[in-house]
Design a protein around this ligand. Structure first.
Ligand code: ATP
Ligand code: MG
Length: 563
């Protein structure tokens, strides 16, 4: 998007709030946002939306965006996740500078503030079990029941809370609850739990703590400590906002503004970390970075570029209404980027040998090939040509219908950058499979044009058999067969909709010698076949490519049809 377009574009509602605040001087002109992942899984494309929003706003308004790990739940969190999140945010192209924070670094301050609320008579230690708390919460039409421990004295509460902290009680035997209103129409205000007892080792604080703060209590405090101005979160937190505000108001501390936007949903994908974890743990995919996963790591390995993901996030913008974005739009953004940036080369995925009978046996000649017609700076390369080449099995038919314009006995076609050839005969094995196609070529058509002006109806890609490199291509389809795999029929689980054909491995591919020393994760367009990326498992002796996307732009088609 050009800068001019950018400026003309209407601001989304979050940016509008930030712009208005800058204008009015509400935060003394400061803009401080944060991206606060819980390190309990890998980041996915939904997180990318939040990352681009928070870091994007900070960079557009001359502010800062913090990367903060909301690590308040020791049972599910791991250093592995912290590392992968850092890698992914960096890879997307964002920079938090010095502003890397951990919620767990604030545990003492949070504890002190909890003590303050107890002293104010705004929090109490409750002996109800989790189940009992749920049962006494009431319903939307009925108020909850006050806990029998609600009116403990401040001194008793202080004493019990300290003992909780010291580890004198077993897991789940007590909680600290905010004393708000069991009759509030907002469930979140019905004396929510602030602390629970969990004797578990934390990835940063080890065994220093055995009480851990709940999300709603911790999150606003973290924002306050870091002097965040705009605390941007997803819509599910809209009715948590009164609680966010209540805690900060009771403590009388710095108070950021919480703003909610609609989370990203994508067709043919699940995005809940719990579900993604299940796919990994049950080995239904090859890992968090399986190229079929909607994780940033999976998309990187699949061949997505950071700019394609960022453009996608720009395009979908942010609003207040939940909706589902068509996966084809994501791929459209990907193709727009790859078309300009990935060099074009020739590869044959399902090869059959072509023998050019009138071409000299030992000769190899080198022909000019353009690297990327979309990019004049990409230059050209030389590709070898000889008597034996490979073409795609699908590009030949022995008994072809009239409409089949590719190679068939007697029909002349063009070999890209090379010559016109005509098929003269085929050779088969005893089972009737074609093993070789015999052709003749016209030396006068070198480069792919006939001096007499005669035309051919199709151009085939090919690879020289003498110099071809063996490769594997992993062809991907949607991971799920259902547009919304979260919408499960009774008695089923989302995994029932996994696509059995989501991975198809072609292990007998041939690619041109130019690809000999390709770098891991480099992106290519295989002419006529699609975009491919070198897999991280690819090794010298065994090149592996992941198909990033086909060439067909489904999104453009959908747009066309809806006109
Ligand atoms: P969980 O499923 O465990 O609740 P989460 O997906 O909300 O996790 P967090 O680590 O809490 O994960 O998310 C970090 C940030 O990313 C949060 O601010 C959250 O609102 C945002 N986020 C998560 N999923 C999406 C999504 N699909 N679209 C936009 N933002 C998202
Ligand atoms: Mg969350």
């Amino acid at each position: 998007m050009s800068e001019q377009n950018d400026n003309q574009q209407k601001l989304d509602f979050v940016r509008q709030i930030v712009a208005d605040d800058c204008q009015s001087g509400k935060w003394d002109g400061r803009v401080v946002t944060r991206f606060p992942p819980e390190p309990n899984g890998y980041l996915h494309i939904g997180h990318a939306k939040s990352i681009c929003l928070n870091f994007g706003i900070a960079s557009e308004f001359g502010g800062k965006c913090h990367l903060r790990f909301d690590d308040t739940n020791p049972e599910k969190e791991e250093q592995e996740y912290v590392d992968s999140i850092i890698e992914d945010v960096k890879w997307l192209g964002w920079d938090w500078g010095q502003n890397l924070f951990f919620g767990s670094d604030y545990f003492q301050q949070m504890y002190d503030w909890a003590v303050e609320l107890i002293k104010k008579g705004k929090a109490y230690v409750c002996d109800l079990t989790g189940e009992e708390i749920r049962q006494t919460r009431g319903t939307p039409t009925q108020p909850g029941k006050d806990s029998p421990y609600r009116n403990r004295s401040v001194d008793e509460n202080l004493d019990l809370f300290e003992k909780m902290r010291k580890g004198e009680f077993p897991d789940g035997s007590k909680t600290l609850r905010a004393k708000i209103d069991m009759a509030s129409p907002n469930f979140n205000l019905r004396d929510p739990v602030m602390y629970r007892i969990v004797h578990a080792s934390h990835h940063r604080t080890a065994d220093n703590w055995c009480i851990y703060p709940m999300y709603d209590w911790a999150h606003g405090l973290e924002d306050s400590i870091e002097k965040i101005t705009h605390s941007i979160c997803t819509l599910e937190f809209e009715n948590h906002r009164p609680l966010y505000d209540w805690f900060l108001d009771q403590l009388g501390i710095y108070h950021p503004q919480q703003i909610e936007f609609a989370r990203l949903n994508l067709t043919y994908t699940v995005m809940s970390k719990r579900k993604l974890l299940k796919l990994v743990q049950e080995k239904l995919v090859a890992g968090w970075d399986d190229p079929r996963m909607p994780t940033i790591g999976g998309m990187r390995r699949r061949g997505f570029s950071p700019s394609a993901i960022r453009n996608f996030c720009d395009k979908i913008s942010v609003n207040k209404f939940n909706s589902t974005i068509d996966f084809a739009l994501l791929q459209h953004c990907l193709r727009e980027d790859l078309n300009k940036t990935s060099p074009r080369v020739m590869a044959v995925l399902n090869p059959v040998k072509v023998v050019i009978e009138n071409y000299p046996e030992d000769k190899v000649e080198y022909l000019d090939a353009i690297n990327n017609p979309e990019d004049p700076t990409a230059g050209s390369r030389q590709i070898p040509f000889s008597r034996e080449i490979y073409i795609e099995r699908d590009d030949f038919m022995e008994d072809a219908p009239k409409k089949f314009f590719r190679l068939t006995p007697g029909r002349e076609v063009r070999l890209r950058y090379a010559y016109f050839i005509i098929c003269t005969s085929v050779i088969k094995d005893p089972a009737g499979n074609i093993t070789e196609i015999h052709c003749t070529y016209d030396p006068a058509t070198k480069g792919g044009d006939a001096p007499d002006g005669r035309k051919v109806k199709s151009t085939l890609h090919w690879v020289c058999a003498k110099n071809a490199i063996d490769a594997e291509a992993r062809m991907y389809e949607h991971l799920f067969t259902k547009e919304n795999p979260d919408d499960v029929e009774e008695g089923k689980d989302f995994t029932a909709y996994l696509n059995p054909n989501s991975l198809n491995v072609l292990s007998n591919c041939k690619v041109e010698p130019y690809l000999k020393d390709v770098k891991s994760l480099s992106r290519w367009q295989f002419e006529r076949l699609g975009y491919f990326c070198v897999d991280t498992d690819s090794k010298d002796g065994k090149l592996i490519f992941n198909r990033t996307a086909t060439l067909r732009d489904e999104w453009a088609k959908i747009q066309q049809n809806s006109k």
